[in-house]
Design a protein around this ligand. Structure first.
Ligand SMILES: [Zn+2]
Length: 198
């Protein structure tokens, strides 16, 4: 009968080879609801790995590591969720627990770019915006650089840009660094004096 076939197949799927103990760590798992970009649940473990749903089963879900690597190097690690319990699969992760490092890079790049392009925006605001845009709470803490470090990075990027102090009267005003309406007049008199009216 079709129904019993289906049940048999499900049991086979869940079957763990005799003699091979599932790898057990002191891992804890946490489901992050509707947190991925496509509004699906995600699973994160205490070792710093993230998983997405591979398939739903009658009593739970099969999760697979989100690490895709390049080409055929996808991570084979998986987790079975059954009746609210989590069992780590038989295959180990094939990568370090930092699948969020790409995201961290994106956040840092955005902070540097905005620090240079929006010189009047506070470093704090820039960092906040970069995190709001790119951080993904499903990913491990490796994906979220420390806020203090990001602020320092923004300020350093700006320092490198800041024009040098002028050493004579004959300097160019870096107008990008002056708020609009701040400098009203730039007058050089006939005797070589210069007056900046603000
Ligand atoms: Zn993995």
């Amino acid at each position: 009968m079709a129904a019993s076939n289906l049940q048999l197949r499900t049991l086979t799927d869940d079957h763990i080879e005799p003699g091979i103990e599932p790898v057990q760590f002191n891992l804890t798992f946490k489901i992050v609801q509707t947190a991925t970009r496509k509004c699906k649940d995600a699973l994160v473990d205490s070792a710093g790995y993230s998983y997405n749903v591979k398939r739903n089963t009658k009593t739970g879900r099969d999760w697979q590591c989100v690490f895709r690597g390049s080409g055929t190097t996808s991570c084979p690690a998986s987790v079975k969720e059954r009746d609210g319990s989590f069992i780590f699969g038989q295959r180990e992760h094939n990568h370090k627990a930092a699948p969020g490092s790409e995201t961290a890079k994106t956040i840092k790049a955005k902070v540097k770019q905005d620090a240079v392009n929006n010189v009047f925006m506070s470093a704090g605001t820039i960092v906040e915006q970069a995190i709001a845009t790119h951080a993904d709470e499903v990913q491990t803490h490796f994906s979220r650089p420390k806020v203090e470090n990001l602020i320092r990075m923004a300020n350093r990027a700006r320092e490198q840009l800041r024009p040098n102090e002028p050493d004579s009267m004959d300097f160019q005003i870096a107008e990008n660094y002056i708020p609009q309406g701040f400098l009203r007049k730039d007058i050089t008199t006939e005797d070589g004096q210069r007056h900046l009216v603000v």
